[in-house]
Each structure stands twice: as C-alpha cells, then as structure tokens.
Ligand binder design. Structure first.
Ligand code: BV8
Length: 251
C-alpha cells in the first residue's frame, strides 16, 4: 500500500489542477448506504431505477416521495467522515481543485468543501415537478401544500413536488456537465473516490481525464471498470486512505 500511496502522492505533489469525482462510497463510512446496498427492507422489491425515475414517480408518487423523505431524514443523523474532511483540506494545496460529486447528500459541504458540483442534484432540495417558474423551481418546505397523501403540491401551479435530483432518463444540468467536462479535460490528476463507475455520463469523466493526459488515481475497496484506466488504484476505505494520502502529499 505504501508504494501506491507514494506513487499517488507524487502525482499530486506535481499537479497544478486536480479534479475529484466522488460516488456513494465516500459517504458509506458516514452511515449513508451506497446505491448497491441501499434497497433493503421495504424497498428491496424495487430496483433503484424504478424509484429514481420520472416513470417510477408518476407510477407511484406517494411511494417515491416517501422513499426520498426517509433518505432525507437519514441524512439528518449522519456526519461527514474523515474522507470528506480530507477532501476539504486538500483544496488549499492546489491552484485549481474541482470537486465533482455524483452524491446527492450534503456531506462534502458540511465537511468544508467550498465549491461542489452536484452532477445528480441535491437530496435536501425540493422542486416543482413542472418547474413552473423556470428550471429548477425550488420550493421551501414551509411553502409545501400538503394534501390527504404525499407528495405535497406546488403552491404556484398545483403540480406534485419532487426532490431536486437527476433521475434515470433525465438530462443532467448543462451547467454542471460543462463544469465537470472542463475539469476532466484540464486537470493534471483526477482522483476517483468511492464510485462503481456504472452510471453515465459521470462514469465517462475518468476516461476523459486520462485521454487528456491526466493521471487517474482510484480509491475503492473493490476493482471497478475505472480500475483498468487508473494509474494507481488504492484498495481500501476512503475514510482511511484519503487522510493518509493527504499526509503523504504534505510530507
Ligand atoms: C442521462 C440521483 C441523457 C437520484 C442518480 C450512456 C450515456 C448517457 C446515459 C446513459 C448511458 N447508458 C445508460 C444511460 C442511462 C443512465 C445510466 O447511466 N444507467 C446506468 C444504470 C447504466 N444514465 C442516465 O439516465 C443519466 N441521464 O444521461 O440523460 C440520457 C438519458 C437516457 C438514455 C441516454 C441518455 C442520469 C443518471 C443520474 C441518475 N441519478 N442519483 C437519487 O440518488 O435518488 S444515480 C445514483 O446512482 C448516484 O447519484 C450515483 O451516480 C449512482 C450510483 O453510483 P455510485 O455513486 O458509484 O454508487 P454505487 O453504490 O454504485 O458504488 C459505490 C462504490 O463505493 C462501490 O464501487 C464500492 O466498492 C465503493 N465503496 C464501498 N465502500 C467504500 C467504497 N469506496 C470508498 N470507501 C468506502 N468505504
């Protein structure tokens, strides 16, 4: 492991611009289940794509709203872990640091990361399903119109409310895509932490970085599709490896 850490630290010490792509694995040690193991209990009979899609919501709005409400409530009881904190502390070491996350939780922000690009939206935000006042029409909880059963409705147009996340089959926000694509094309190093690399177009970003000459460093207990293009793969939990890597870079 020391050899991998030294190699990774060497790439980072010589980098001006660093891009980071995180996935659910970086929040696992905070107690947030990853997507691969999220659908347990009541939700085990659904596929993730069934719940996290416009079709799934229109088929069963009450169930989907309830599932998201449970995930939001879960977030209120978890804290950023040492991996999130190390990523926030790395930021000051580089001329340019772009943190791109597939996660919809707010743990990077709560750990102190300044600029976070949420490719797949933010769980704690709610919007009008019709985006009646422009995309996204964000609605504060105190403005929800609650009927006999969930989901609540929009105070402006009466449409259902939904979480401000990108569902399967939905386009990512163009502005976020541009930020992520630029970061991948321009970085000297891309750090890929806690993602299975199965969801597109986010999963293309490490390839883009490698094709533009960046070194790719993967942190994940398991091998993934990204491992085959990584210059260094550090096998282990990010809550342990990111603080260690930070110390090696600072040494
Ligand atoms: C789109 C928000 C246009 C909702 C999410 C090719 C190009 C473009 C699109 C597609 C394509 N092929 C297929 C598609 C369609 C689809 C897609 O990718 N499907 C997959 C299933 C094949 N993509 C889309 O629909 C995207 N839209 O491109 O629009 C379009 C549309 C249709 C067709 C063509 C084009 C929108 C995708 C966004 C979906 N929304 N989230 C919500 O959260 O409720 S995705 C959601 O799942 C997450 O945001 C995340 O991105 C993804 C899960 O991935 P991971 O984060 O990697 O998590 P996972 O559990 O998989 O892995 C965890 C990893 O952590 C593991 O590797 C594990 O080993 C590791 N780990 C465990 N413990 C630790 C750890 N690592 C470190 N430390 C630890 N302790």
């Amino acid at each position: 492991m020391d050899n991998g850490l030294e190699q990774a630290a060497s790439y980072l010490r010589n980098a001006r611009r660093v891009a980071v792509l995180t996935g659910a694995g970086v929040s696992k040690e905070s107690g947030v289940p990853t997507y691969r193991d999220a659908l347990t209990g009541l939700w085990s009979r659904y596929s993730f794509e069934e719940l996290a899609s416009p079709e799934g919501f229109q088929r069963n709005p009450a169930a989907v709203w309830t599932w998201y409400t449970e995930r939001r409530e879960q977030l209120a009881h978890v804290e950023p872990n040492p991996g999130h904190i190390a990523l926030a502390q790395f930021e000051a070491l580089f001329e340019r640091w772009d943190l791109i996350t597939q996660n919809v939780d707010d743990l990077h922000e709560r750990a102190g990361s300044a600029r976070v690009c949420h490719l797949h939206g933010r769980l704690m935000e709610t919007k009008c399903f019709a985006d009646c006042r422009g995309a996204p029409t964000l609605i504060a909880p105190e403005a929800f119109v609650n009927g006999a059963q969930p989901p609540p409705t929009c105070p402006y147009c009466g449409s259902w409310l939904r979480p401000n996340v990108v569902w399967f089959g939905e386009m990512l926000a163009l502005n976020d895509l541009i930020i992520a694509q630029d970061a991948a094309e321009e970085c000297d190093v891309m750090l890929v932490v806690g993602t299975s690399g199965l969801v597109f177009p986010a999963a293309n970003l490490p390839n883009t970085a490698a094709q533009n000459g960046a070194a790719v460093i993967e942190i994940n207990p398991e091998a993934t599709d990204i491992s085959r293009i990584a210059n260094v793969s550090l096998r282990g939990p990010s809550g342990t490896l990111l603080p260690m890597l930070l110390e090696w870079v600072r040494a």
